[in-house]
Design a protein around this ligand. Sequence first.
Ligand code: GLA
Length: 360
Amino acid sequence: MTTGEQAHDRAPELRVPPPRRSHCPGRVNLIGDHTDYNSGLAMPMAIDLGTDVVFEPDSSHLVVLRSDVEDDHAEVHVRIPLEHDVLSTIRPPWARYVAGIVAALRPRTGGWGQVTTTLPVGAGLSSSAALCVSVALALGFEGPTSRLAKVCQRGEEAATGVQGGIMDQLVTTSAVEGTALFVDFADLSAHPVGVPDDAEFVVIHSGQVRNLPATAYAARRAECDAASFHLGPLGHVGPEAILGIPDPTLRRRARHVVTECDRVRWFAQALVSGDLAEAGRLMTASHQSLASDFEVSTPVLDQLVEHLLGLPGVLGARLTGAGFGGCVVALTEPGALDLVEFTAGAWRVRASGAATVGPA
Ligand code: GLA
């Protein structure tokens, strides 16, 4: 028997791939929130906090993962269907994300592994996207990053029942070290923009943990869909067009999206020209728009932003991500903030590269 015949005779499902280690960064969105599902613009940045998975495939049909931040392990059959009704009953709740990715990928074999993370969970730094992308890579995903982002978005949507945008998955899979990404969600193009050496980004936890499905995220998305019904995607319309939206609430939601896209453009220019005072001013204006027009801030987030803006060396501050709690991001002069003051957690974050996978 030749080597070729031997290889052919082996049952493919019994070939167990070698162990892998994956890493996926979290992200902080510097500016441009609630624009991704409106075909608008944003400037997220992958950060040096993230989630790792070490996974050893075996010939079983179960994916078993433990996590250093969860009491109970996740155990998922490799043929679990990609259906929210099924995934939403899985316990513990974090296992639903694992199940969403398993269902979206359908790996041929199971295995066991360990998840470790330096990201605060439920803080608006994409802990769920980092878990999903890291699990997908550890389970053996192969293909272009755009497909990885879409597979993970699909898995997370099935797990949570919330139709999210693709910003988190896109930035964590295609970030370039030392840069933030200027993303146009109309065509999913992403251009790295260098972060100046004298720009320091600090992420501060408000202490309010939030779980996206329990927020008004889906309601805001529905309002944007309603506002765009006659105008087309809000990320493409000009300020005059929204004056024609009769409902005042929908008009304010649309005004946030339209003005936020302008702020993203100007913010990118400010970073390129090194005008950090202007970049900070745009971040603060973004917070005000998210708070008053889009109504996704909270009194705690507003107070934290106001407190930060009163400190020397702080150039701008805003909530980051979906809102409803979670974190604030501040642009500061280097070393301006004393992080011990922020008892719920604070991190000086650096622009890091995209998710990776390799042998364990
Ligand atoms: C969450 C979603 C993203 C995006 C932000 C708001 O993080 O996952 O897709 O919509 O909220 O900008």
